[in-house]
Design a protein around this ligand. Structure first.
Ligand SMILES: NC(=O)C1=CN([C@@H]2O[C@H](COP(=O)(O)OP(=O)(O)OC[C@H]3O[C@@H](n4cnc5c(N)ncnc54)[C@H](O)[C@@H]3O)[C@@H](O)[C@H]2O)C=CC1
Ligand SMILES: O=C([O-])CC(=O)C(=O)O
Length: 332
């Protein structure tokens, strides 16, 4: 099989350090899919990145056909099939993710422009660097020759956090929880929702709400725990989540590349033509299904109650504000 070209940005950083081994050994694209790794970071990080390249080589992994460290986006994105855009400043204690907008958004403008010039038009892009949804919006906007459907932002870490909270509440393994949804922004306004989730308890498939039997928890503590989880990790580690972020990137891209099957998963995607009344021209997290190497399809037809509507609209409002601030920043 021919190798595919995979770009990882922020390749000298902490998330990339946890991510590279999984990508290189076939956890994302399959055990028979060779990869060329295009590792982008900034010039001052090239010595560190050189060490990362040595380590990738020293893993002696048969799927890795080439590793290219570079500080030039035009080299990194040339003919790229997939891009995992991690490289950006992380937040510190006391910040919201949108406080990073000024520092980070222009990175995604420049990378969108580079992709527009040199990447394959079929490239699949996931943005991780925060504020992830808005950076993904800007990246897509500045790559007008690439379909908007090829861009996404990571909310899978939030989904995994939600699943883990439900599993912990019920004392069951995480893979016995399915279809937890994240609506909206990867921020403290996100809406983690178990209304359509299912769980397996004592061998029986049940609606999550009937198994949990605690509406107050579902509408309050559960939501705020997931919303604030990133900040809690920063408060404890003095660094933002890295192992769990890398794990979520693997889940997100694997499901996009290999198909999500019957499961609903959450991805922030282009909001135009959605059936949930969410404004157009945003990267909003919806429940989606994917066919192998195919389009991401928003799952339509879920019944929305008033209390859900309010939360979906609140996070939408924040995304509109972030988008407008980002556009102003990029036009300066
Ligand atoms: N969406 C999500 O679920 C999550 C997002 N994040 C975000 O991911 C980003 C990266 O986090 P970490 O790896 O912990 O940060 P880090 O600081 O360890 O690494 C970031 C790397 O990006 C590089 N970089 C900066 N500007 C760049 C550019 N223009 N091109 C290429 N590389 C560039 C830096 O030199 C550094 O090596 C942060 O913005 C963080 O907030 C973190 C966790 C979860
Ligand atoms: O909280 C942060 O800044 C890092 C992040 O996005 C997360 O852990 O979800």
């Amino acid at each position: 099989m021919d190798p595919i070209r995979v770009v990882i940005t922020g390749a000298a950083g902490q998330i990339a350090y946890s991510l590279l081994h999984s990508v290189a050994k076939g956890d994302v694209f399959g055990k028979d899919q060779p990869v060329e790794l295009m590792l982008l970071d900034i010039e001052p990080m090239m010595t560190v990145l050189g060490g990362v390249v040595m380590e990738v080589m020293d893993c002696s992994l048969p799927l890795v056909r080439n590793v290219v460290p570079t500080a030039d986006p035009m080299v990194a994105f040339k003919d790229a099939d997939v891009a995992m855009l991690v490289g950006a400043m992380p937040r510190r204690e006391g910040m919201e993710r949108k406080d990073l907008l000024k520092a980070n958004v222009k990175i995604f403008k420049a990378q969108g422009q580079a992709m527009d010039d040199v990447a394959k038009k079929t490239i699949k892009v996931v943005v991780v660097g925060n504020p992830a949804n808005t950076n993904a919006f800007i990246c897509a906007k500045y790559a007008p020759s690439i379909p908007k459907e090829n861009f996404s932002a990571l909310t899978r870490l939030d989904q995994n956090r939600a699943q883990a909270q439900v599993a912990n509440k019920l004392g069951i393994p995480c893979n016995d929880v399915n279809n937890c949804i994240i609506w909206g922004n990867h921020s403290s306004t996100q809406f983690p929702d178990v209304s359509y989730a299912t769980v397996k308890v004592a061998g029986k498939e049940l609606e999550a709400n009937s198994a949990i039997k605690d509406d107050h928890w579902v509408r309050n503590d559960f939501i705020s725990t997931v919303q604030k989880r990133g900040a809690c990790v920063i408060a404890a580690r003095k660094l933002s989540s890295a192992m769990s972020a890398a794990n979520a990137i693997v889940d997100h891209v694997r499901d996009w590349w290999q198909g999500s099957g019957d499961r609903m998963v959450s991805m922030a995607v282009w909001s135009n033509d959605n059936k949930y009344g969410i404004a157009s021209e945003l990267m909003y997290s919806f429940p989606v299904k994917t066919a192998a190497k195919g389009k991401i399809e928003i799952v339509n037809g879920l019944k929305i109650e008033e209390w859900q509507r309010e939360r979906m609209d609140l996070t939408c409002k924040e995304l509109v504000e972030e988008r407008d601030a980002a556009l102003a920043e990029c036009e300066e």
